[in-house]
Design a protein around this ligand. Structure first.
Ligand code: MN
Length: 405
């Protein structure tokens, strides 16, 4: 129970409590840590002060100190927030710390450390293999033995709402004799799920799958904007580079791992036996997650990618990312790779959804989209099962395309 008047179907109920960083119009320079609840945001630092137990972890202008503090602190803070929002005795001091969510500006909630992007959907990897390497096996020989990834550019990770300038670069279609330079003509999205590392690990020591929840703080949504023409020409042999690094958008709310207990599901059966450090078949609770994504272009729903079908789990990604002894640090972000399901209308990228532009997506205004046009706005949302039939919301990651400069 709560003393708050929450709509029964809110996606930001007491079981969610995602963390973000906000400022207000009256005090735009001061960034504060907030927790979304219903249509409001709780000023977490002010709330701790109001109950007489100020907390340095909640006074920061970013989530960084809370991330670094580790699992015991995450549990303690979440329990305190839940108590303040439920026990009627706290109402008089906590209520003044609530602001309408519509009135605040949300910021990038943590300092992004290293950024890694995986490629964990078998359907996406197969589709891209067919489109980028027609005539060869869609999946590369390593695909079912390890979660493939690459290191991206953390400095260009931006918060939802930040405009995305169409990138310039070298483009060369297979039939062209030579590359040309100019604005990307095949600007695309990748609907992904991001995992935010809290507690770091020691250099030289891998993080086993069993320690996933000790290191990962929470989950956000990611749009890995992709210039397919730049990507196709540059990616052999070292992988994605300028076709991806111009911008990666993340949602402003980080949903704590603790909020996703009811969303955990068994990952799909693997048809290749994983090596022991990736073998979760006997694990009681592997980290499959039943997140339902939705992708909208200019308001038209064009796809519903299902995260539950991802071949590799986030725990396997973290285990693989550190198996060579590479360490993780607070604020590291790793994304799942494009979430695509097996059916039409579940693809997480336009290149798959429109099959290289051959079957454009129909928008509500009657226009079709093979790839993104200047002025287009893309919004990705997601929900997950919460306790007792409720739903947990992730908010949204959105971005509008500006013309090339
Ligand atoms: Mn990606």
């Amino acid at each position: 129970m709560t003393w708050l008047d929450l709509p029964a179907d809110t996606l930001f109920g007491l079981d969610n409590l995602p963390y973000g960083v906000f400022s207000t119009a009256g005090d735009p320079q001061r960034r504060r840590l907030g927790v979304a609840i219903g249509g409001q945001v709780l000023d977490a630092g002010a709330a701790a002060r109001a109950v007489g137990s100020p907390d340095p972890l909640l006074e920061a202008a970013t989530l960084d100190p809370l991330l670094a503090a580790g699992r015991p602190a995450w549990t303690r803070v979440r329990e305190a927030l839940t108590r303040w929002l439920t026990e009627p005795a706290f109402r008089p001091v906590i209520e003044p710390c609530l602001l309408p969510r519509a009135d605040v500006t949300l910021h990038l909630p943590f300092t992004v450390g290293d950024y890694v992007d995986f490629y964990a959907s078998e359907h996406h990897a197969s589709n891209l293999g067919r489109l980028f390497r027609p005539g060869s096996e869609p999946l590369t020989p390593n695909w079912k033995h390890l979660p493939i990834g690459y290191h991206g550019r953390s400095g260009t990770v931006v918060v939802s709402g930040t405009p995305v300038v169409r990138p310039n670069g070298q483009r060369k279609a297979p039939a062209d004799a030579a590359p040309t330079f100019g604005p990307s003509r095949r600007l695309d999205i990748e609907a992904e799920v991001g995992f935010v590392v809290g507690a770091g690990s020691e250099l030289g020591t891998p993080v086993p799958m069993a320690d996933f929840a000790e290191h990962v703080f929470g989950v956000c949504l990611v749009n890995d904007w992709s210039a397919r023409d730049i990507q196709a020409w540059e990616y052999v042999p070292l992988g994605p580079f300028l076709g991806k690094s111009f911008a990666t958008s993340v949602s402003p709310w980080v949903v704590p791992l603790d909020a996703l207990a009811a969303a955990r599901v068994a990952p799909p059966a693997r048809d290749v036996e994983p090596l022991p450090y990736l073998d979760d078949r006997d694990t009681k609770e592997p980290w499959g997650l039943d997140l339902a994504l939705e992708v909208r272009v200019n308001g038209t729903l064009i796809s519903r990618p299902p995260f539950a079908g991802m071949y590799w789990t986030a725990a396997q990604m973290l285990a693989h990312m550190t198996v060579n002894g590479a360490s993780v640090r607070p604020g590291d972000l790793f994304a799942s790779g494009t979430v695509s399901g097996p059916e039409r209308g579940t693809e997480g990228a336009l290149i798959e959804l429109t099959w290289n532009g051959e079957r454009p997506a129909q928008l509500a205004d009657g226009s079709g989209r093979a790839f993104l046009e200047d002025g287009d706005a893309v919004t990705i949302t997601a929900t997950a099962p919460g306790p007792n039939g409720t739903r947990i919301g992730f908010g949204e990651v959105t971005g509008r395309i500006l013309p090339a400069r």
